[in-house]
Ligand binder design. Structure first.
Ligand code: NDP
Ligand code: GDR
Length: 365
């Protein structure tokens, strides 16, 4: 072992299992790190400089030597908008697998930060691919690109599969479209093992606070504990194919273990509206809902303590919305032998329970 806790790397890339993850501090990065450490990988992560700590989702791994008994873990300062940092990290780590999960990942915020989103999500992917080549690792590294069901955007066909045409509906989706195609271009132009995982929405107790599922389960927990009275949302009729992040990160890894590089849709094949998610979440705490706003108004009932008010507020609407996502994961089932294990109901239950525990410990969370 070296002083930083990493095993000495062998020069034989076939024997080494060294993963580099951009976006390691995010929801997926944290689950993927756990997964790869258990498989005996050296895991390296790119973290951004921030004025407050941004490693909350991986502290339990980084700070705990027990968690990397099998593998090992190291963090490096870098940024997807800084080529020199990416080249330095890749040259020193010499990874065998790169998972490009880093992104400005919030669809609504991408309308406000459109240029930044393009720089990080689109050009950032190009920077990593070029850094791999600059370091002479084009033939040695397997590259995973975090592509997204947002590429489908305005409905062209359902369920959406690897052959469904794209119609992006946000600066985020347009940036991810570039990243999708540049990944394929580098695979074809330079014979790189570079693949796109077209993942549909996946959630967990580690989901960012301002995505709709987590916003709902946090509010449900606060309402249950009398820390909050009501909930405000945007579009209730949007439908999403929601899976669990723990299931989905395994699919990312499987894609990089294949003989040939191919792109895969990862989804459950089920869709639910935001309204259904709200109902399922409040069902966990035995509350009924009074819907208010958008022409729906049933005030009065909420005097009953078992009833809670959910209001539609236009400020959460997007200039262009993605109405319906439902994926067809058949190719992944057949070629990767991958299937989601966690159901919609189990996902909602786990998120509500985790948020109740969190808010009980710290009502300011
Ligand atoms: P999160 O928003 O939870 O995490 C995003 C990660 O990217 C964070 O670690 C963040 O760092 C990092 N990041 C942001 N900007 C930069 C930058 N300029 N340079 C380096 N790192 C940066 O996303 P998820 O874990 O949910 O998603 C992972 C990836 O998968 C993303 O690319 C997302 O677009 C994509 N995706 C997600 C889906 C989902 O349903 N979750 C579905 C399909 C695709 P910091 O912690 O410092 O903010
Ligand atoms: P999405 O996730 O845009 O699908 O992108 P999000 O949870 O933000 O929205 C899902 C749907 O819910 C509607 N909605 C609200 N959304 C938010 N955030 N807040 C609200 O108050 C609210 N009310 C209703 C939205 O309009 C939308 O229709 C996620 C991200 O993880 C992307 O990075 C990823 O690529 C896609 O999933 C697949």
């Amino acid at each position: 072992m070296t002083t930083n806790g990493l095993q000495n790397g062998s020069n034989d890339s076939k024997k080494r299992k060294i993963a580099l993850i951009t976006g390691i501090t995010g929801q997926d990065g944290s689950y993927l790190t756990e997964f790869l450490l258990k498989k005996g990988y050296e895991v390296h992560g790119v973290i951004r400089r921030s004025s407050s700590f941004n490693t909350g989702r991986i502290n339990h791994l980084y700070a705990n030597p027990e968690s990397h008994k099998e593998g090992a873990m190291k963090l490096h300062y870098g940024d997807l908008n800084d080529s020199s940092s990416l080249v330095k990290i890749i040259a020193s780590v010499r990874p065998t697998e790169i998972y490009n999960l880093g992104a400005m990942s919030h669809v609504k915020i991408s309308f406000d930060l459109s240029e930044y989103t393009a720089d990080v999500d689109a050009v950032g992917t190009l920077r990593i691919l070029d850094a791999i080549r600059t370091c002479g690792l084009g033939k040695d590294v397997r590259f995973y690109q975090a592509s997204t069901s947002e590429l489908y955007g305005k409905v062209q066909e359902i369920p959406q599969s690897e052959t469904t045409p794209f119609y992006p509906r946000s600066p985020y989706a347009a940036a991810k479209l570039y990243a999708y195609w540049i990944t394929i271009n580098y695979r074809e132009a330079y014979n790189m093992f570079a693949v796109n995982g077209i993942l549909f929405n996946h959630e967990s107790p580690r989901r960012g606070d301002n995505f709709v599922t987590r916003k709902i389960t946090r509010s449900v927990a606060k309402i249950y504990l009398n820390q909050q009275q009501s909930l405000e949302l945007g579009s209730l009729d949007s439908k999403r194919d929601w899976g669990h992040a723990r299931d989905y990160i395994e699919a990312m890894w499987l894609m990089l273990q294949q003989e040939t590089p191919e792109d895969f849709v990862i989804a459950t094949g089920e869709t639910h509206s935001v309204r259904e998610f709200v109902e399922a979440a409040f069902h966990e705490i035995g509350k009924e809902i009074v819907w208010e706003g958008e022409g729906v108004k049933e005030i009065g009932k909420e005097k009953n303590t078992d009833i809670v008010r959910v209001t539609v507020n236009e400020k959460y609407f997007r200039p262009t919305e993605v109405d319906l996502l439902i994926g067809n994961p058949k190719k992944a089932e057949e070629k990767l032998n991958w299937k989601p294990k966690i159901t919609f109901k189990e996902l909602v239950k786990e998120m509500v329970a985790a948020d109740i525990e969190l808010m009980r410990k710290d009502p300011t969370a």
